[in-house]
Every structure is written in C-alpha cells, then in structure tokens.
Design a protein around this ligand. Structure first.
Ligand SMILES: [Zn+2]
Ligand SMILES: [Zn+2]
Ligand SMILES: [Zn+2]
Length: 68
C-alpha cells in the first residue's frame, strides 16, 4: 500500500516512472525500462523496452508477449 497522505512531489529524485509499464523503477533497472529491444515482425512492440507487454493477440515476440 502506498502512503496516500503524502502528496505526490516531483523532486526529480531517484524515482523514475516508466512510460511503458507504468512502474516506478530505480536507476539500476533503467536499461530494462528504456533500452529498445529490436524484436521481430510485430510492429506494435518493436523497439519497445523489455518491460513492455504487447497485448496484441497475435504477437509472437518472446520478449514482449503478454503473459496474462
Ligand atoms: Zn517499464
Ligand atoms: Zn516485441
Ligand atoms: Zn508484439
């Protein structure tokens, strides 16, 4: 559970929000969330970072395929 009593502050501290998976990540995980993965023929997820989950039903990409 998050502490909802603390207002959200944008201090630019070591907490980064991922555009793709929406998670907060630490600098150590930056590659997983920002480094583009040149995956196969699926145009939806090509060049997305490893944390991205492709929701496309026909996605054959091992890295991004959504495992629901
Ligand atoms: Zn991410
Ligand atoms: Zn992919
Ligand atoms: Zn895909």
């Amino acid at each position: 559970m998050n502490q909802s009593s603390v207002p959200k502050q944008d201090n630019g501290l070591e907490r980064l929000s991922c555009l793709y998976c929406g998670e907060d990540y630490e600098p150590a995980d930056v590659a997983r969330h920002t480094e583009p993965v040149h995956c196969g023929p699926c145009i939806t997820c090509v060049d997305k970072p490893a944390c991205f989950s492709c929701r496309l039903m026909y996605c054959v990409c091992d890295v991004h395929r959504y495992r629901g």
